[in-house]
Design a protein around this ligand. Structure first.
Ligand code: 4F9
Length: 236
């Protein structure tokens, strides 16, 4: 089937032995809607379907010994080949604790790629030759270990997807995000004015938009100063 490419559409091919896990993002919320609207396209390539041995095994022992197993090279390699042939010129991303730690600014760059193949490792990881010869970028979502790369890929897809034009309705809500200005969010309130004796800051009810803007900036600066002084260093 011929696929139409356009400027804003984002294509993700995912190499995983657990494609069903991705229902957590494909079947719900904003990413789910964007897939329905065909702003985002996600396809899966399961190494198990490329395993040539009798038991369809997809793990193997590491050379040199040691605990645990690695993903088998051949099924993984064939899955990558299939994913590449369906998505020409895609960047190949591998999620692991060895990668650079992802920042919002990196996500803003990644959205420009339009076509991304994610390799989700399981067990103790993947053969170094795949990383050396196939992978373009290796990223970490934080300094902790997961049971596999699927959740990390979903985190990346989720944060990339919300920046695609048409996925989130108002551009303003993206521009005002924490981190896009290196400040934490100001506190927000909605109706009613008072609940169980807890009230809304008076200034927000004043209708004075300039005063409100200054109050919000002060709140953002104060909160960032106390909770994330590292972000202020980046700003100035
Ligand atoms: C991937 C951890 C990205 C942090 C992949 C086990 C991972 C990970 N960021 N942990 N497999």
């Amino acid at each position: 089937m011929k696929k139409k490419y356009n400027d804003t559409k984002m294509w993700f091919n995912i190499i995983t032995i657990f494609p069903e896990m991705f229902r957590a993002i494909t079947d719900y919320g904003i990413v789910g809607q964007a897939i329905k609207k065909e702003i985002i396209n996600i396809n899966f390539f399961n190494p198990r379907n490329f395993s040539k041995n009798k038991y369809k095994s997809i793990d193997n022992r590491p050379y040199g010994g040691g605990p645990g197993m690695l993903m088998s090279v051949e099924p993984l390699y064939l899955a990558i080949k299939a994913a590449k042939s369906e998505l020409k010129d895609a960047s190949i991303i591998y999620l692991s604790p060895q990668g650079n730690e992802l920042q919002q600014s990196n996500i803003e760059q990644l959205i420009k790629k339009k076509k991304i193949i994610f390799i989700c490792g399981r067990y103790e990881g993947i053969d170094q030759r795949i990383i050396d010869y196939q992978v373009d970028e290796e990223w970490s979502i934080g300094n902790y270990i997961l049971t596999g790369g699927e959740l990390a890929s979903m985190v990346m897809i989720d944060s990339i997807s919300r920046l695609i034009p048409g996925v989130i309705k108002t551009k303003k809500s993206i521009e005002e995000d924490s981190f896009s200005n290196n400040l934490l969010d100001y506190p927000s309130y909605t109706r009613p004015k008072i609940i169980e004796k807890m009230s809304v800051p008076e200034v927000l009810l004043s209708g004075n938009h300039n005063k409100i803007r200054i109050w919000r900036l002060k709140q953002s600066l104060g909160k960032t100063w106390i909770k994330r002084p590292d972000l202020l260093k980046k700003k100035y």
